[in-house]
Write a protein that binds this ligand. Structure first.
Ligand code: NAI
Length: 340
């Protein structure tokens, strides 16, 4: 079967790492007709629009997109295109696995395998903020949390757990202080958990959660939380398994998925063939799983794991002394693909 997916190469290292992902997907025997589109700083420089309508139309039509990182200027110019894409397509699920791979140095732990689900559209990422005095010395950000928004992310986390034989879901909140927004989320999580008798459920207040994740991450299996806490805790989880270079992410709505590496556009190494392609390749693994190409996705993940474990053909961020280029690491992954 031939797929048609949208490709957004993006900014900085985006074109280099998405090229790697495309080669590996093809190497695993999946035929994709990629519709190449633009977004981010490169689109803004060219069209004065960081999210051109053609890109939106392409994602709407093809339903699946692989996206390189997009540069967001800090404190000025356009707002995050990543957030705009999530809003445009109502991509309410942010799925972020944190998994250790042999060969990747971690500070404390091995054998971590946590799946985090972050609500992706509500709360403090609604973009509703303003100064509250004329001299701009005070500002307010409004975070809206709805029962419907909580229900769909919590439900998604439980359904994922049931399908993937996960044993426990932890809901993370701050309902002791944010009694209304946090309260709605916690009540929804408790109610939905009661429908899934085979899955253990508990909840944690976010500050305690951060400490517990560092002290004993093995107590967590699947985590579900609201937008801001998920943003922070998923990076913490990435830190436990060796950093953002290894972290893939998926933004999923009712019928559209955008898959990406969690790291940014890394302007310091862009164009130098130094970037680690593992995160975007692991994002492709999630993409292939979601379209039902399980064999290909498993083959790719295994090939990445073998290359990392051997540690001979890895990029500089993994082995600063003895390293290869992005393209060479990609070649090594291709060589390890078991296509039988
Ligand atoms: P960054 O993730 O781009 O870079 C942080 C550090 O990690 C840099 O030293 C970089 O060289 C290194 N790094 C990142 N990815 C790497 C890879 N694949 N291989 C090897 N080293 C890697 O974060 P930073 O510098 O804060 O952000 C740069 C730009 O990216 C900003 O404009 C930011 O808004 C944007 N960004 C975009 C994201 C997205 O599109 N999903 C996510 C995060 C940041």
């Amino acid at each position: 079967m031939n797929y048609k997916f949208t490709l957004i190469p993006g900014d900085g290292i985006g074109p280099e790492i998405t090229k790697s992902a495309i080669r590996v997907i093809e190497g695993a025997g999946i035929k994709v007709d990629w519709e190449i589109t633009e977004a981010g700083l490169c689109a803004f420089d060219k069209y004065k629009d960081p999210l051109p309508q053609d890109t939106i139309d392409s994602v709407a039509k093809n339903k699946i997109a692989l996206k390189g990182p997009l540069t967001t200027p800090v404190g000025k110019s356009f707002r995050s295109v990543n957030v705009a894409l999530r809003k445009e397509f109502d991509l309410y699920v942010n799925k972020r696995p944190a998994k250790t791979y042999q060969g990747i140095k971690t500070l404390y732990f091995d054998h971590i395998d946590i799946m985090m689900f972050r609500e992706n559209t509500e709360e403090f990422y609604s973009g509703i903020e303003h100064y509250i005095d004329s001299s701009r010395t005070a500002a307010e950000t409004i975070g809206i949390v709805t029962k419907r928004g909580c229900e769909r992310i919590v439900r998604y986390a439980f359904e994922y757990s049931r399908k993937n034989n996960r044993k426990k879901v932890t809901a993370v909140h701050k309902a002791n202080i944010m009694k209304y927004t946090g309260g709605i989320f916690l009540k929804v999580a408790q109610d939905i958990a009661a429908e899934y008798h085979e899955i253990e459920f508990n909840d944690k207040i976010v500050d305690n959660m951060a400490m517990q994740m560092v002290m004993n991450p093995y107590q967590f299996d699947v985590i579900v939380t609201t937008n801001l806490f998920g943003d922070i805790l998923s990076d913490l989880a990435s830190g436990l398994v060796g950093g953002l270079g290894m972290a893939p992410g998926a933004n999923i709505g009712s019928d559209i998925g955008i898959y990406e590496a969690v790291h940014g556009s890394a302007p310091d190494i862009a164009g130098k063939n130094l970037a680690n392609p593992a995160a975007i390749i692991l994002a492709s693994v999630m993409m292939l799983e979601d379209v039902g190409e399980l064999k290909a996705s498993q083959r790719i993940e295994k090939a990445v794991a073998v290359v990392l474990a051997e540690g001979k053909k890895v990029t500089k961020d993994i082995n600063p002394v003895n390293y290869v280029s992005t393209d060479e690491m990609t070649d090594a992954i291709l060589e390890k693909l078991d296509t039988k």
